[in-house]
Design a protein around this ligand. Structure first.
Ligand code: SF4
Ligand code: SF4
Length: 242
């Protein structure tokens, strides 16, 4: 036991300081960076996700593939990493002022139980969400725990674009949450279909099937993006990256 204490003393605290301190550059991977609008014309042939439109970038669709990098688009941290409405990700100026209805889990504070539903992901979003349980992100230090059943959950986190057979199970999972409850859609697939949009076998994005309280863009988003979304359900830390 004394040697464990000695090791911990020498190494110091290795767990992320977020949200008490802003995320560090090391915590924001390249996939967390996004192209920003430079007022260019639409470039459908350039973007495999259909995210570029005249004068702007739809962050909900962008899969961060970087094909537009060097074509007049500058990459930077996106203006918002969590949104309450899809429109905010297409038009940052549409970012709405705080509304009590935006915080459906305010009565629960930061004590949240999360059920993760993968309805058709490539597994990358899945892994980034589950990374919140590791010692670095350690969401449990903030009162956030993952549970194996929606009956015990406050938040349904959904990754992937709902494939046909998964539509009814995810709806049933949502209905099993006792409430108050909330839904967080994680990743471009869940937000707008991502790279699988329009493919045979994939259905409509999640927002057409369930009421979604938070949208987390990225392909995949970083665990801190997901953590910020969860904390914001109760009126937690600001949505900006700084
Ligand atoms: S990074 Fe890729 S997906 Fe995103 S806007 Fe550029 S080309 Fe489209
Ligand atoms: S958003 Fe990207 S990383 Fe996430 S499931 Fe879809 S393809 Fe995979």
């Amino acid at each position: 036991m004394p040697s464990w204490i000695g090791q911990a003393w020498r190494r110091g605290i290795l767990t992320s300081r977020f949200p008490q301190e802003p995320a560090t550059p090391d915590e924001l991977p390249e996939t967390g960076r996004a192209p920003l609008s430079t007022g260019l014309a639409a470039a459908d042939e350039l973007c495999p996700a259909g995210a570029l439109y005249a004068g702007g970038v739809d962050q909900a669709r962008c899969i961060r593939c970087a094909r537009c990098l060097g074509q007049g688009y500058a990459f930077s941290a996106p203006p918002h990493w969590v949104a309450s409405r899809l429109a905010e990700l297409r038009e940052p100026e549409a970012h709405a002022s705080a509304d009590p209805r935006d915080f459906p889990l305010a009565p629960l504070g930061r004590s949240l139980h999360v059920f993760l539903a993968d309805v058709g992901s490539c597994q990358a979003c899945n892994l980034e969400v589950l990374a919140l349980q590791n010692p670095y992100y350690d969401a449990a230090r903030l009162g956030i725990t993952f549970v194996p059943s929606p009956h015990h959950a406050d938040v349904l986190v959904v990754v992937g674009i709902p494939t046909g057979p998964m539509v009814e199970p995810v709806r049933r999972a949502y209905e099993a949450l006792p409430g108050p409850k909330a839904v967080v859609a994680v990743g471009a697939c869940a937000l707008g279909g991502g790279i699988f949009r329009g493919n045979e076998g994939t259905g409509a994005p999640l927002a057409g099937k369930l009421h979604v309280d938070r949208f987390v863009p990225g392909c995949p988003p970083s665990p801190l993006d997901v953590l910020a979304a969860l904390l914001s359900l109760g009126g937690g830390p600001p949505r900006g990256r700084t």
